[in-house]
Design a protein around this ligand. Sequence first.
Ligand code: ADP
Ligand code: MG
Length: 433
Amino acid sequence: MENDTLLDVRAVGRSFPRPGGSELLVLEDVNLTLNDCEIVGLLGRSGSGKSTLLRIISGLSPPSRGSVSYMGHAVDGPANGIAMVFQSFALFPWLTVLENVQLGLEALGLPPKDIRARALSAIDLIGLDGYESAYPRELSGGMRQRVGFARALVVHPNILLMDEPFSALDVLTAENLRTDFLDLWGEGQLPIKGVILVTHNIEEAVLMCDRVLLFSTNPGRIVTEIKIDLRQPRDRQDPAFISVVERIYAEMTARRGDHAAQRKERFPGSGIGTQLHPVSANLIAGLVEAVAAAPYDGKADLPDLTADLQLEVDELFPVAETLQMLRLAELEGGDIKLTHMGKLFAEKDLNGRKEIFSRALVSYVALAAHIRRILDERGSHTAPKSRFFDELEDYMTSDAAEETLRAVIGWGRFGELFAYDDETAMFSLDNPR
Ligand code: ADP
Ligand code: MG
């Protein structure tokens, strides 16, 4: 291992047991290194295993396979020198800012005088000077998050792991904190040697990181590494910045199709075990309309569209992916392009849209076709949700099965393919064949 390697993650895999006794594979063959003076980004959709990986790296949870070594030593429990910043912090409401930050140090067994001095300097560093004796309830969300940063930095960790630390903040507050963090990092004022930043925000990754690792979903795997050679401070309007953002969009959309194809198929189309995103029919129709209309006229660049519709990437991808699955649109190279069916959908009135949608469901969403077939076959034309839930649990976690059923119920209702009664949790047919 090179001297400047802080962290070495080798062939890490992680699975979790499922109720039925099978295993859910969340991470597969993850390899990464973090070098001295680097900020490395892990970019992936929610549910791709990013938080799981960070917990493994920090020693909070063991990998099922592979190993993690930190400055040449195997990590096999919570590692000193690795600290974590979370999306939001559980600050103790009855403790002041200073006391909350000092908590981070208690395990180190320093003299009280040093504890106080270090906590004060961390508070000062992160821009909370003057708030030492304030209570969390007196602070804004952004300031509370700064307390979280101070609590992580006060131990002078070599490595800082950040799990979507800006995603719970409003846009301006997040940008302020990012800028302050990057300034301190650039000036060498932070008592850390390297950073891993987990995010689902492409621009944030391009703004902050020296390298970005793209994470696939199901299982989480690193599919590409993108080096970002732009000088700091970076400018979001810089054509070179925009071109990196575009490239990442292209990579992220290119991988989606591959994965669907790799899944085991028991039914034609997307496979009954495909996890579905509960995006509403309204959102689906909205996106088709937006792409069909000027200035796009049927084909849009995803970054432009995200900005135009004021959506987050994490909100746009599930909708775009759903359109792709329904063959209303194709995703390629960071673009979304309506198919012939997609264009027809945009032109039709509500009934015409329902018809197209219903046909697409039967043809391309195996679970929807499966539910419809069962309802057609049964004399009562009804079936309990639990029946399908049990089937889905062979393929996914119970949370994912819930979401998938929520998705198919919404779409089935819109396409009038079947009805569903929330009270009795029963599927039924309005129009049996
Ligand atoms: P991300 O941070 O990328 O959103 P996570 O690492 O939180 O993803 O979760 C990835 C997957 O692992 C999810 O499907 C989640 O349900 C599953 N998972 C995470 N922790 C556990 C656990 N302790 N038991 C079972 N499944 C888990
Ligand atoms: Mg997470």
